[in-house]
Design a protein around this ligand. Structure first.
Ligand SMILES: [Zn+2]
Length: 114
């Protein structure tokens, strides 16, 4: 376990409550999905939506390492596979990897312009 992976676990308890508020009174239920798998129409990698929320992780869309916050608008749910693959990539970079039609933000486009 690296130090960069330890950070999300430290905020998991409070973040789960935040996510529960976002996803309604049932909170993170068995219907919860990985935001990225869902975006590309991919059902969970084990052949079904992730059955247990314990297999979903709190994901910081813009990584803490890049200035992202723990605020609800920066949090979503991701399966372990997506979360590990995304690592500390900016959201736009990651979304382009899984969806070539993703409309990147002007700020990101400027940051990678030659
Ligand atoms: Zn996923």
């Amino acid at each position: 376990m690296t130090e960069t992976l330890a950070e999300p676990k430290q905020v998991a308890c409070s973040a789960r409550r935040v996510i529960a508020l976002r996803y309604g009174p049932r909170g993170v239920s068995c219907e919860a999905k990985c935001a990225y798998c869902d975006h590309v129409g991919r059902i969970g990698w084990c052949g079904d939506y992730w059955i247990s929320f314990y297999l979903l992780e709190i994901e910081h869309m813009n990584p803490i390492a890049l200035g992202g916050t723990h605020r609800p608008e920066n949090l979503t749910l991701a399966c372990r596979k997506c979360n590990r693959a995304k690592r500390n990539r900016p959201l736009d970079e990651w979304m382009l990897m899984i969806d070539p039609t993703w409309p990147v933000s002007p700020r990101y486009a400027a940051s990678v312009a030659p």
